[in-house]
Design a protein around this ligand. Structure first.
Ligand code: UDP
Ligand code: MG
Length: 225
């Protein structure tokens, strides 16, 4: 299988049908063999019913359900255990990430040999002070601590070699810093790709400042030797 597309979600029922159609169209046009793994992180809306409906119509789509909200890191970690593709691409469920990025993110890992390629939302569409300013500060700190020259550690769109995601353990709020975990595990060939960022079409953001801070505290517990 060429690619597993991993999508953590918490109360995103409105986006899922449109997102699924778009992904299926892009991967089919690009002749990629694929699976899509939705991880329902304890949604209280109809996300799980919608996932089941999508999976019933297209066997490439599968769902994993948490009984309560464990967080994006736990959701990614669970899907990473199940993923079968040679390349694993993660993306958010809210359509702020564009499925049109999938073919190039796949190619950079499959053909250019990157262990990991991280998206860079160079032009952002959630221009609030509570998101952009902390994001700049935490990215600068993460660059200094890890030596990894990424602009946007927290971008949901990332592409990995299978062996990378089978090695890293993502916990707490560490989904923001998976490139750091990968580097500490010995995977140093890390690339970056500017990706299109879109305004949230449905629903609301699930991350406030406190989760940014928790993420950074998790980063501080790593030892950089
Ligand atoms: N998400 C999740 N569990 C959570 C919070 C968020 O699976 O506890 C998902 C969410 O549904 C979305 C992705 O993580 O698919 C990114 O969240 P969000 O769009 O709210 O973050 P933002 O883009 O505002 O930083
Ligand atoms: Mg979002």
């Amino acid at each position: 299988m060429d690619v597993s597309i991993v999508i953590p979600l918490y109360n995103e029922d409105e986006s899922l049908p449109e997102l699924s159609d778009w992904i299926a169209r892009v991967v089919t046009e690009n002749k990629l063999s694929y699976e899509v793994l939705f991880v329902d992180d304890g949604s209280t809306d109809n996300s799980w019913e919608v996932i089941n409906e999508i999976a019933a119509n297209n066997p490439h789509f599968k769902g994993i359900k948490f009984q309560r909200n464990y967080g994006k890191s736990a959701a990614l970690n669970e899907a990473f255990k199940a993923a079968k593709g040679n390349v694993i691409i993660t993306m958010d469920a809210d359509m702020q990430d564009s499925p049109d990025e999938i073919p190039e993110l796949h190619r950079m890992v499959a053909e250019e040999g990157y262990d990991l390629v991280s998206g860079w939302k160079k032009k952002r569409y959630d221009n609030t002070l509570t998101k952009n300013l902390p994001s700049k500060l935490f990215n600068a700190a993460a660059r200094r601590m890890s030596g990894i020259q990424l602009h946007d550690f927290n971008c949901g769109l990332k592409s990995y070699k299978k062996k990378v995601i089978k090695t890293v353990e993502v916990y707490g709020e560490m989904h923001r810093y998976i490139p750091v975990l990968a580097k500490l595990a010995g995977y140093k060939n890390i690339g970056e790709k500017v990706v299109e960022h879109r305004a949230r079409k449905y629903g609301v953001t699930k991350f406030g400042l406190s989760r940014f801070i928790n993420g950074f505290l998790d980063l501080l517990t790593l030892s950089f030797v």
